[in-house]
Design a protein around this ligand. Structure first.
Ligand code: MV4
Length: 499
C-alpha cells in the first residue's frame, strides 16, 4: 500500500479536470501539464501546480514521456494518471513510469500489451469460455487456407488488423472474388497505420449493436463488472451517444456478459479500470471483440447508474488497496445518457469547426452533468480532438433521461463555432432511438443534414445563434415588458413535438 500524495495528470481538457476533481476530493495534490496552446485552459488553473511541457503539437508536448517523467521527479510526484488517448494505452510509457519508481494509475504494461493486439487478446482468453465471432485465431500466413476458412464461415467476412482498434484497419469482403484485393488493402493499410501487417478474418456481423462492459480489478486478483454501456450510435467509429444501461439487455444476458468480461480481465491479470467490448447481434448473441485498457470517454454514464466514482477506484487500486465493492452489492439505479458535443458542423459533413466560443452558457439543473474543459471566450485549438464537452443526463427511467437531455441541449448556448448539439437533439427525438430499436448503422441509415432544418448559409445561422444568445444574456424581458404583458420565448431549434 503506497498512499498517493501528489498526482500528475498527463492529459488536457475535460478529462484532466475530471481526474483532478476526484484527486482533490481525496486530499491528493494535483499537477497539470500543458502545451503552449493550452496556457489558458481551465485544467491548468485548476491544478495545484502546472508545468508547460512543450509546443502545441501532441508529439512535442502531451506525448513527451521523458519530459513528463522529469516533471514528476522535480515536483516530487508519486503517480501519473494518463486519462484517455495520448499515453494512456502505451505499454512502453507505463513501463517507464514504473521504472522511474512512480505509480501508473492504470493497468500493468503487460496487460496493456496483450490487449493492444487483437490476436493477443483472443489468444489470452482462449482458455476461458468466451463467445467470439467465427474466424481465424491467428494472423493469416497462407491465403489459400484463409480463403478456405472464409468459405467455411460464409461471406461477408471482415478482415481486421491485429494492431487496429476503434475501426481502423478493417475491410469488409462481400464475396470470394474480392478476397485477394481486400487482403492486399488491409495488409498495406495495417503496415502504414500500425507498422504491423498482421491481419485475421472474422464472419461479418452485419447489423450489430456495440455494447461494452466496465470492469474494475485490484492488484489482489479481485475483479468486478459495473454493467454495460450501449454505444451503438456512432459515426465513422466515433461515438456520438452513449447510455447505461442498454435498452435491450435482459438481466440474464447482462449477467452472462458481465461474467465473460470479468473472465477477459482475469485472462490478462487485469487491474485498474477497463472496458470489454462486445458486439450483439439481432438475436442477442454477444461476441467478445477487444478490451480497452483505459478510462473511457463515456465512463460517466456508468458512474451515474452505479454511484461509483471510477477515478477514485482507479486511484485506490493504484495504491494497492483491495476492492471494497462486492459484485452482489452492485445494482443499476436509473438511466444515464451522454452526448458528445464536438466543434464540428453536422450540416457540413461534420467538418471540424474550431474557433472561439463567443457565447458559452452551460445547461444546469436536476439530473444534468456537464464534463467540459472550456470557458466562454476561449479558442478551441486545432491541434487536438475537437470535443468541447460531454453532456450527461440522469433520470429514473430511460425516457426521463432522454427528456432531460433534450431540455439540457436546449439550454446549452454556444456561439462562435458550429457544434454537434443539433445533431444530438435529432438523435434524442428519433423514433428508432426512442424505441431502442437501433444498431451501429443508425446515423448512416437515418441522418441527412437537411434534418437539422438549418436555413440560410452558415454565417447567417451563426449570426442568428449569436444574436439569440446575446438577447438571452442581456436585455430581454426585464424592463422591456409592461406589467401584465406575456413574453414568450422561441425554441432554439424547433417546436417540441407534443405527446
Ligand atoms: C465487427 C463488426 C461486425 N462483425 N466485427 C468496429 C470497431 C472495432 N472495435 C470492431 N468493429 C466492428 N467489428 C465483426 N466480426 C462490426 C464492427 C463495427 C462496429 C463495432 C462497434 C461499434 C461500431 C461499429 C461500426 C461499424 C462496424
Amino acid at each position: 500500500m503506497t498512499k498517493i500524495r501528489k498526482l500528475l495528470v498527463a492529459n488536457r481538457g475535460e478529462i484532466a479536470l475530471r481526474v483532478m476533481r476526484t484527486a482533490r476530493e481525496m486530499g491528493i495534490r494535483t499537477v497539470a501539464i500543458y502545451s503552449e496552446a493550452d496556457r489558458l485552459s481551465p485544467h491548468v488553473r485548476y491544478a495545484d501546480e502546472a508545468v508547460c511541457v512543450g509546443p502545441a503539437p501532441s508529439a512535442e508536448s502531451y506525448l513527451k514521456a521523458d519530459v513528463i517523467i522529469d516533471v514528476c521527479r522535480k515536483l516530487n510526484v508519486d503517480a501519473i494518471h494518463p486519462g484517455y488517448g495520448f499515453l494512456s494505452e502505451n505499454a512502453a510509457f507505463a513501463r517507464l513510469v514504473r521504472e522511474a519508481g512512480l505509480i501508473f494509475v492504470g493497468p500493468s504494461p503487460e496487460a496493456i500489451e496483450i490487449m493492444g493486439s487483437k490476436l493477443g487478446a483472443k489468444a489470452a482468453v482462449a482458455a476461458y469460455n468466451i463467445p467470439m465471432v467465427p474466424g481465424t485465431p491467428d494472423a493469416i500466413m497462407d491465403r489459400g487456407e484463409a480463403k478456405r476458412t472464409a468459405a467455411q464461415i460464409g461471406y461477408p467476412i471482415l478482415i481486421k488488423a491485429s494492431a487496429g482498434g476503434g475501426g481502423k484497419g478493417m475491410r469488409i469482403v462481400e464475396r470470394e472474388e474480392e478476397f485477394d484485393e481486400g487482403m492486399d488493402r488491409a495488409v498495406s493499410e495495417a503496415i502504414s497505420a500500425f507498422g504491423d501487417g498482421s491481419v485475421f478474418i472474422e464472419k461479418y456481423v452485419t447489423s450489430p449493436r456495440h455494447v461494452e462492459i466496465q470492469v474494475l480489478g485490484d492488484q489482489h486478483g479481485n475483479i468486478i463488472h459495473l454493467f454495460e454501456r450501449e454505444c451503438s450510435v456512432q459515426r465513422r467509429h466515433q461515438k456520438v451517444v452513449e447510455e447505461a444501461p442498454s435498452a435491450i439487455l435482459t438481466p440474464q444476458i447482462r449477467a452472462e456478459m458481465g461474467r465473460c468480461a470479468v473472465d477477459v480481465a482475469r485472462a490478462c491479470g487485469y487491474y485498474g479500470a477497463g472496458t470489454v467490448e462486445f458486439i450483439v447481434d439481432d438475436q442477442l448473441n454477444f461476441y467478445f471483440l477487444e478490451m480497452n485498457t483505459r478510462l473511457q470517454v463515456e465512463h460517466p454514464v456508468t458512474e451515474q447508474i452505479t454511484g461509483i466514482d471510477l477515478v477514485k477506484q482507479m486511484i485506490y487500486i493504484a495504491e494497492g488497496k483491495p476492492l471494497e465493492i462486492r459484485q452482489e452489492a452492485l445494482e443499476i439505479k436509473g438511466h444515464a445518457v451522454e452526448v458528445r458535443v464536438y466543434a464540428e458542423d453536422p450540416a457540413n459533413n461534420f467538418l471540424p469547426d474550431v474557433g472561439t466560443l463567443h457565447t458559452y452558457v452551460r445547461p444546469q439543473g436536476n439530473g444534468v452533468r456537464l464534463d467540459d474543459g472550456f470557458e466562454e471566450g476561449m479558442t478551441i485549438p486545432i491541434f487536438y480532438d475537437p470535443m468541447i464537452a460531454k453532456l450527461i443526463t440522469y433520470g429514473a427511467t430511460r425516457e426521463e433521461a432522454i427528456e432531460k437531455m433534450i431540455r439540457a441541449i436546449d439550454e446549452y448556448q454556444i456561439s462562435g463555432v458550429q457544434t454537434t448539439l443539433p445533431f444530438c437533439r435529432f438523435v434524442m427525438e428519433h423514433e428508432a432511438f426512442r424505441s431502442g430499436q437501433f444498431d451501429t448503422h443508425f446515423v448512416q441509415r437515418y441522418f441527412t443534414p437537411e434534418m437539422l432544418q438549418q436555413t440560410g448559409d452558415a454565417t447567417e445561422t451563426r449570426l442568428a445563434a449569436a444574436l439569440a444568445a446575446y438577447l438571452l444574456e442581456t436585455g430581454k424581458p426585464k424592463g422591456k415588458a409592461a406589467a401584465g404583458e406575456v413574453v414568450t420565448q422561441k425554441s432554439k431549434w424547433r417546436e417540441r413535438r407534443l405527446g
